[in-house]
Design a protein around this ligand. Structure first.
Ligand code: CA
Length: 163
């Protein structure tokens, strides 16, 4: 029984993290969430088991903030190396209005420097799907989506993908 448990645990770990296969044509990443300069994000929102739901291939499952969106909440994708990235898509459709209202996208380039790719608003969201296309493909070690305004809705991501 103990061995079975260990095997199951190993399988769970193997299914998560950067080693997880991404959808065809998308770039795999590790995801984490936190807050900067504001009240802390609820602990539930920072659990890996909940974050995994934002990139498990299932539109029915989601990561969410478990509370209203706050200026300073962020999600961060860490890549294996510094792949070229050109587009970021996140899907909140099943949760209706849980898309970010105003946000920035920042990256860490291969030299380790932070760059702000721009400020975005609701015009990037169409029917619950937010699409950010970069002016030019960029090499990134990390990408960060950071809210720059509050909203009276939770922030939910059913699936997030990077191309
Ligand atoms: Ca999901």
């Amino acid at each position: 029984m103990k061995i079975l448990f260990i095997v199951l645990l190993a399988a769970v770990f193997a299914a998560g993290g950067c080693g997880k296969p991404a959808a065809p044509g998308t770039i795999p990443f590790d995801l984490h969430a936190d807050s900067l300069g504001v009240e802390p994000m609820p602990e539930n929102a920072k659990l890996a088991a909940n974050l995994d739901k934002a990139h498990d291939g299932l539109e029915s499952t989601r990561w969410t903030t478990f509370g209203p969106m706050r200026n300073g909440y962020f999600v961060e994708m860490t890549f294996d190396g510094a792949p070229e990235v050109s587009e970021l898509i996140f899907d909140a459709r099943p949760s209706g209005l849980d898309y970010p209202r105003e946000f920035t996208v920042e990256l860490v380039n291969p030299d380790g420097d932070w760059e702000n790719l721009g400020f975005y608003d609701e015009s990037t969201t169409d029917d619950g799907i937010t699409t950010v296309t970069f002016d030019n493909p960029r090499e990134a070690q990390r990408l960060v989506i950071r809210l720059t305004s509050d909203a009276n809705f939770w922030w939910s991501i059913h699936e997030i993908s990077v191309r």
